[in-house]
Design a protein around this ligand. Structure first.
Ligand code: 5AD
Ligand code: SF4
Length: 464
């Protein structure tokens, strides 16, 4: 919605452009997960809507925003480090606007520390206040003072047109916000608030809008997409939402993240197997292979239940690709518990995964648990887990050698500018030699080699 304030900000930026022959610029640094990346896309849209242009160079930025993460301690440490480095820049250019948003800002203690120790910060806003950003900039400029806006729970006021974004032909859509699972190690429920699902009609409108804009692949995002729709006035299951999205013309592939194993009904598995558009990649965080640790983590499933779920998925879904998250060194984890995790990893055979060393988070139940594991043991177990996981990824990837796969070309490869990269339906990263005009297109690639993280191949055919 265009408010009088947005128009005024736009005029102010336009005036700057007329005099200086360049736009005012913004830089957003994003820490953490895909939800944050998506929030940053929304922030970028709002800033561009009021006349700012994107830059990667902080020396030419007029507004610098850090979208913070606090899932593990090292993410938080990084934010403080980078923030400290902005102090001299702000001293040199007092007009520079410095803002902080994202998960860290949801906690009172952190905001107080920032206000006390980092007075060069001009704006603080929460994960549920993104839409207020233009208003906050306006007030900051008008009154020349620090502005703070924090809401604990999401009040959904999204307009599909305010979230246009995406990479190549893939766009991300939040279908729900927050989490109420309270895994004992996790800070997300404290910072992202109550689980709130968006209305299916709003999601479908957004999918249609994205399809009209030329996006062919969508990724549905939520902390626990499997419990989507339960809290709506007219409840609907995640599977039913997927079935409705399937009907949107122009969308070729549908992905979703993250699934909680405890909420994975058979009807969802059956639909993944039957659907023409759903990716056969499932991100199914297991966290640990030990029943004792799973209980202490409050994951609400057992090792046996998880393995049976995987068995049912493998049975039903041809071409299934599984990824996971695993934490090592959780309080009380014995050598036997850790061996249970390694055994589970070997038994499942993961295609991809994210491995973490347990990190103590403020306010969580696990923070108060005794039997903390020493750093040495944590590092040792982490390395062993990596070895097992990388072996598993390699085996899975090598099985693709000689096959021809369809990929959506996403970008120039990060490590080699002559190569392009894209992903298969199963979310495998594929590199090949090709012309940049293939970005955003679907192509057939013959796989020639593979390592633990990627497939390498040659172009066979371009598809429309
Ligand atoms: N320490 C380590 N890893 C964590 N995760 C969440 N909280 C913590 C923590 N305190 C991991 C979990 C989750 C992923 C997003 O991050 O594996 O699935
Ligand atoms: Fe955190 Fe558990 Fe919620 Fe995932 S499901 S966000 S790990 S509390």
């Amino acid at each position: 919605m265009r408010t009088a304030r947005k128009t005024e900000l736009n005029n102010w930026n336009q005036e700057f452009k007329n005099i200086n022959h360049k736009n005012r610029k913004y830089l957003i640094k994003t820490y953490g997960c895909q939800m944050n990346v998506h929030d940053s896309e929304r922030i970028a849209f709002l800033l561009e809507d009021i006349g700012y242009e994107s830059t990667e160079n902080q020396n030419e930025a007029d507004i610098i925003l850090y979208n913070t993460c606090m899932i593990r301690e090292n993410a938080e440490v990084k934010v403080y480090g980078h923030l400290g480095q902005l102090k001299p820049l702000k001293k040199e250019r007092p007009d520079l606007i410095i803002g902080l948003c994202g998960c860290m800002m949801q906690l009172n203690d952190i905001r107080n520390t920032i206000k006390k120790k980092h007075s060069h910060v001009d704006l603080i806003f929460g994960t549920n206040n993104i839409n207020e950003l233009p208003d906050m900039i306006y007030k900051h400029l008008r009154d020349n003072q620090f502005i703070e806006s924090i809401e604990q729970n999401m009040k959904i006021v999204e307009d599909a047109k305010e979230v246009i974004h995406g990479e190549a032909a893939r766009a991300y859509i939040n279908i729900m916000y927050g989490c109420e699972n309270f895994c004992t190690y996790c800070v997300v429920p404290y910072v992202r608030g109550k689980e709130t699902s968006r209305e299916p009609i709003e999601i479908l409108k957004e999918v249609q809008y994205l399809a009209d804009q030329g996006f062919t692949e969508i990724m549905l995002l939520g902390q626990n997409v499997n419990s989507y729709g339960q809290s709506l006035t007219n409840p609907i299951t995640f599977t039913d939402l997927l079935k409705q999205i399937e009907k949107v013309e122009g969308i070729k592939r549908i992905r979703f993240m993250t699934s909680h194993p405890k909420d994975c009904p058979q009807e969802l598995i059956d639909w993944i197997a039957a659907s023409k558009k759903l990716s056969t990649h499932i991100h199914l965080p297991v966290q640990s292979g030990s029943n004792k640790i799973l209980k202490k983590m409050n994951r609400k499933y057992t090792r046996e239940y998880y393995l049976d779920l995987v068995r049912r998925m493998k049975e039903k879904i041809p071409n299934l690709s599984l990824s996971t998250d695993i934490i090592v060194g959780f309080p009380g984890e014995t050598e036997e518990d850790f061996q249970d995790t390694l055994k589970l990893v070997d038994e499942v055979g993961y295609d991809q995964g994210f491995m973490f060393i347990y990190s103590e988070r403020p306010g969580t139940v696990a923070q108060k648990m005794p039997e903390k594991i020493s750093r040495d043991i944590q590092l040792n177990r982490f390395q062993l887990l990596l070895d097992h996981m990388y072996d598993s990824f390699k085996k899975k990837n090598e099985a693709y050698i000689g096959k021809t796969v369809e990929i959506l070309v996403e970008s120039v490869s990060k490590n080699n500018p002559d190569r392009l990269s894209g992903r298969t339906d199963t979310f495998k990263l594929v590199h090949f030699l090709g012309e940049k005009n293939l970005i955003g297109k679907y192509v057939q690639i013959k796989i020639l080699s593979a390592n633990s993280f990627s497939l390498f191949g040659e172009l066979v055919e371009r598809l429309e």
